[in-house]
Write a protein that binds this ligand. Structure first.
Ligand SMILES: Nc1ncnc2c1ncn2[C@@H]1O[C@H](COP(=O)(O)OP(=O)(O)O)[C@@H](O)[C@H]1O
Ligand SMILES: [Mg+2]
Length: 249
């Protein structure tokens, strides 16, 4: 269970999050929708532990324990995973090598044995196939020269391999055509489960046709201003974000 309590966050002295309260129980998928600039990515970064964000008030609990003092690697090891809105490129590190290292680090943290290379290859190649990630992509530098859609599929592949307890997807739909959206959504839906909490961040309702959330939260100017069930996303699609401070596009 993820619990965010009265979270206030500043970046370079500017208040970005202004008292976020949010609970995502195990087994549930919650969506966060909101206009650009409302603080959605900031929230996901802060949960993942990216630096440069100053938490001035509040707490983030994962399975009952505060994670604020944990560095990003420790958070990953404890089961927190963020699929970035803009996945970073790491030239010089083959994607396969990166994944192998990440998987074994997480296994080690969980008290599991490291996987030998042949088992690891089989595991990675099997899941890659499910997500239409080409073998050639696994040999290239992480995300280097990948298209927007390929980067997003790679993020979901990492998520599927690390089996996190908390999955945060930040605008995973941006830059995806309809076929890629389907592949990615199927990958995400396959990971839904009684032991997993998911937070799906999106500007558009379309993704939520494929990944149907248990709850929808609307974020505006650093606050959650409305919470409802999946129908709230449809209302937003019809009315836009005008009432939440964004000009109608
Ligand atoms: N590193 C930063 N430095 C200064 N301002 C930032 C930084 N990151 C985000 N912001 C500001 O915080 C606000 C929220 O941004 P963001 O979390 O990216 O929103 P969203 O993901 O909802 O579009 C915006 O006004 C943005 O300009
Ligand atoms: Mg964002």
């Amino acid at each position: 269970m993820l619990e965010i309590k009265n979270l206030h966050v500043e970046v370079e002295g500017q208040k970005i999050l202004k008292g976020i309260d949010l609970q995502v129980p195990k087994g549930e998928v919650h969506a966060i929708m909101g206009p650009n600039g409302s603080g959605k990515s900031t929230l996901s970064y802060v949960v993942a532990g990216k630096d440069d964000y100053e938490i001035t008030e509040g707490d983030i609990l994962w399975n009952g324990e505060s994670i604020l003092e944990m560095d990003p690697d420790e958070r990953v090891a404890s089961g927190v995973f963020l699929a970035f809105q803009y996945p970073i490129e790491i030239p010089g590190v083959a994607t396969m090598t990166f994944m192998r290292t990440a998987i074994n680090a997480v296994r080690k943290a969980r008290g599991q044995d490291e996987l030998a290379i042949p088992d690891m290859m089989k595991l990675i190649q099997g899941k890659a196939k499910d997500l239409a990630v080409k073998p050639d992509m696994l040999k290239r530098g992480l995300n280097v020269g990948f298209s927007g859609g390929e980067k997003k599929r790679m993020e979901i592949l990492q998520m599927a391999l690390l089996e996190p307890g908390l999955c945060i997807l930040d605008e995973t739909d941006s830059g995806l055509d309809i076929d890629a959206l389907r592949v990615v959504s199927e990958g995400v839906n396959a990971l839904r489960g009684a032991e997993r909490s998911m937070l799906v961040i999106t500007h558009y309702q379309r993704l939520l046709d494929y990944i149907v959330p248990d709850k929808v939260h609307v974020m505006s100017d650093g606050r959650i201003v409305k919470t409802g069930d999946k129908e709230l996303a449809l209302e937003l699609e019809a009315s836009g974000y005008a009432e939440y401070g964004e000009d109608a596009a």
